[in-house]
Design a protein around this ligand. Structure first.
Ligand SMILES: [Zn+2]
Length: 304
């Protein structure tokens, strides 16, 4: 038995040299001061990893075309909720939602939405209790796996939630299904939502955002993500967030948190985009950069 376990472990280590095994990775128990585990591959060696700390004052101010979210207001029926052992994920959106404009050069289609309890990104070193990731794939590529091989393959809209006494209705609609999916023997068994779900209700008015080039925050950690982190946070109660902390992982251990440690920014430019009307009124600001300059800086950062 021991020999078999060792062999398996050695094989996993070997595979880890090229790519991390897709299912066997975990988060540390931070209450026990466990060290963040090595996830292998580009997770350990990459230079454009996420999440990072974001600072509006240290960001460059940029102006892009309007960021467009198409069909986000649609009532999606038959949305599935699943505990994948690392997060709670929503998928199976019957009305295609698209993201385009802003820092993106192509059209992206929404694939899934999932949550991290304790935010992954921090703003001015403040960690928020919850972060939602709306993951979209560049339509040039057939699926997420293929898209993750390209720098422009994916975009993730991140929404951070601040503590409030006001319950978040959209989050409550997800919380309603946690009892059905939380146990380890329900992992990867999706449950269909009975009522329509509107993805747009997960985040506030688009009051500007911060964007930078980064990676997936879970293995494979592919450096294929244009991050769009909304500047305005949305309310959630701590009681709501506590519901997510009951989720079990494959080892039957409660997933008390599922956020990755902050990664090195490595001088990556973070561009802050102000709300459209505010950008116009500030048009004379000397800090403002042209689109061409921004693209040059983004490209230069990737070459370094
Ligand atoms: Zn995520």
């Amino acid at each position: 038995m021991h020999a078999k376990v060792s062999c398996t472990f050695a094989l996993l280590l070997l595979l880890g040299l090229q790519r991390t095994d897709a299912s066997h990775w975990s988060y540390p128990d931070r209450d026990l001061d466990e060290v963040f585990p090595s996830w292998g591959g580009i997770c350990d060696t990459g230079t454009l990893q996420s999440p990072i700390d974001l600072s509006i004052t240290k960001s460059l101010k940029g102006v892009f075309d309007e960021l467009k979210l198409d069909n986000f207001e649609d009532k999606q029926s038959g949305v599935t909720v699943v505990n994948n052992g690392h997060s709670i994920q929503l998928a199976n959106f019957n009305n295609e939602m698209e993201v385009e404009g802003g820092p993106l050069r192509d059209e992206y289609v929404v694939e899934q939405v999932h949550l991290h309890w304790w935010s992954e990104h921090t703003i001015n070193n403040v960690r928020y209790p919850l972060e939602a990731h709306i993951v979209s794939r560049n339509k040039r590529y057939a699926n997420v796996t293929m898209a993750s091989n390209f720098k422009d393959g994916l975009t993730v809209i991140a929404v951070l939630y601040h503590v409030s006494n006001e319950r978040n209705e959209a989050i409550d609609q997800i919380v309603d299904y946690l009892d059905d999916v939380k146990d380890f023997d329900k992992i990867n068994e999706p449950v269909r939502m009975k009522n329509p779900f509107v993805v747009r209700q997960l985040f506030p008015k688009l009051n500007g955002y911060m964007t930078y080039s980064g990676s997936l925050t879970t293995p494979s950690c592919a450096e294929a993500v244009t991050w769009i982190v909304l500047s305005e946070t949305f309310p959630v109660t701590l009681e709501q967030v506590d519901n997510f902390k009951q989720i079990q992982n494959e080892e039957k251990i409660t997933l008390k948190n599922n956020y990755r440690d902050l990664q090195k920014a490595n001088n990556r430019p973070v561009i802050v985009v102000l709300p459209l009307d505010k950008s116009v009124s500030d048009a004379a600001s000397p800090l403002q950069l042209s689109m061409g300059t921004l693209f040059f800086m983004l490209i230069a950062a990737k070459l370094l």
